[in-house]
Ligand binder design. Sequence first.
Ligand code: B1M
Length: 215
Amino acid sequence: MADFNAMNNALVSCDAGRLTRLVNEAVAADVPAGDILNQGLIAGMDIIGEKMESGDMFIPEVLMAAQIMASCLDIIKPLLGEGEGADERVVVIGTVKGDLHDIGKNLVSMMLESAGMKVIDLGVDIPPEDFVAKAKVNSATLICLSALLTTTMPMMKQTVDAIVEAGIRDEVKILVGGAPVTQAFSDEIGADGFAADAGSASKLAKQLTSSLQKA
Ligand code: B1M
């Protein structure tokens, strides 16, 4: 039985050694990787978000916690996959310009890869023209945009507009996500889909790209 509260506390207190040990113990005890992710790691990060908002935690600590979370994600990464084998679909993914948050985007990348897609991860702070250029050169069928800040959501619209202006809108589907993003926002900016978490992003990515292949 995993102690998810202890994992939350270890992440909040930036105790890398303790969190790594707890995650390894949970893996050894066959606790499902999805539970470790959602109840141990993401729930801990949510507490950090609350503390950040109330001024009880500051950027350097939050950054440290993010690095610790990333190293723990590496431990559970092999267990999260769906193992379907490689296919032809190429996905270009990134966090939009002005936004440096990458944990959620990395999780989405991970899930897409394990669903067999070829993922080209551009990283963070990616301007619209870079999404367009990489999608063109790699003949991508899907562009995934992540944003965690309300102030960077308009950059998603600018990226969609750039994709339209580049003349490749009919060749790619566009999937958007990130904590402040909603289905209504996705519809408003002309994206093809919104996913609230990495698991649904992977499912929707498969649906969207298979409809494109049939078209
Ligand atoms: Co930032 N930050 N941050 N931060 N940070 C938030 C987002 C915030 C909500 C905290 C708060 O105040 N409560 C707040 C945003 C408020 C708002 O916009 N309304 C905030 C702020 C204000 C800021 C700064 C402006 C702070 C400052 O400088 N004063 C600054 C901005 C820097 C910038 O980007 N330009 C900043 C900086 C940082 C750090 C660098 C310190 C660090 C990021 C480190 C990193 O990512 N490497 C950080 C962190 C860690 C957070 C919180 C605490 C955690 C984010 C996270 O990783 N969550 C966050 C509070 C929170 O979210 N509770 C906060 C875990 C992750 C798994 O969830 O990313 O939501 P998430 O991903 C989810 C889904 O959203 C979805 O799947 C994932 C789950 O499966 N998803 C997608 C994500 N992308 C998707 C794409 C898809 C589909 C689904 O399709 C393409």
